[in-house]
Design a protein around this ligand. Structure first.
Ligand SMILES: O=C(O)[C@@H]1C=C(O)[C@@H](O)[C@H](O)C1
Length: 150
């Protein structure tokens, strides 16, 4: 899908990411969630693309957003930081299988350098690619790449 402004990218953020800057700044940095939104907006504007950035702590709300994309096809790509649901949710991975809508998985921290339970992702097998460990800057490349894949 490309709107009047070009590709439309949906950026989704999972649980606890609203607490960025407060929760474990030594792991996630001291950028706030608002900073993440700004990073995504700037990355999109540099590519003349539209971006919508959302966050939820409610898995049913996240699934509803994804189902709407599958039905309405109103976004050309999805960037998602599933946060803890990366490691737990088959439902989320199933919902993200949307023909012609590439999925780019982002993690602020390097999940592979952390606890073993963070080393597995249900989302990675269905993602076009994964970015992990580059802090909030990872969202910049994720949005840029999402435009390329749109
Ligand atoms: O690095 C991140 O953005 C991810 C964020 C979380 O909240 C964790 O549950 C994930 O394991 C890692």
């Amino acid at each position: 899908y490309s709107g009047a402004m070009g590709p439309r990218i949906l950026v989704l953020n999972g649980p606890n990411l609203n607490m960025l800057g407060v929760r474990q700044p030594q792991v996630y940095g001291d950028n706030s969630y608002a900073d993440i939104v700004e990073i995504c907006r700037k990355a999109a504007s540099e590519r003349s693309a539209e971006v919508e950035v959302r966050q939820t702590n409610d898995e049913s709300e996240l699934l509803g957003w994804i189902h709407a994309v599958a039905r309405e096809r109103n976004f050309s790509a999805i960037v998602i930081n599933p946060a803890a649901w990366t490691h737990t949710s088959v439902a989320l991975a199933d919902a993200l299988v949307i023909p012609e809508v590439p999925i780019i998985e982002v993690h602020i921290s390097n999940v592979h350098a952390r606890e073993p339970f963070r080393h597995h992702s249900y989302v990675s097998p269905i993602a076009a690619g994964v970015i992990a460990g580059f802090g909030p800057a990872g969202y910049r490349y994720a949005v840029d790449r999402a435009v390329d894949l749109s």
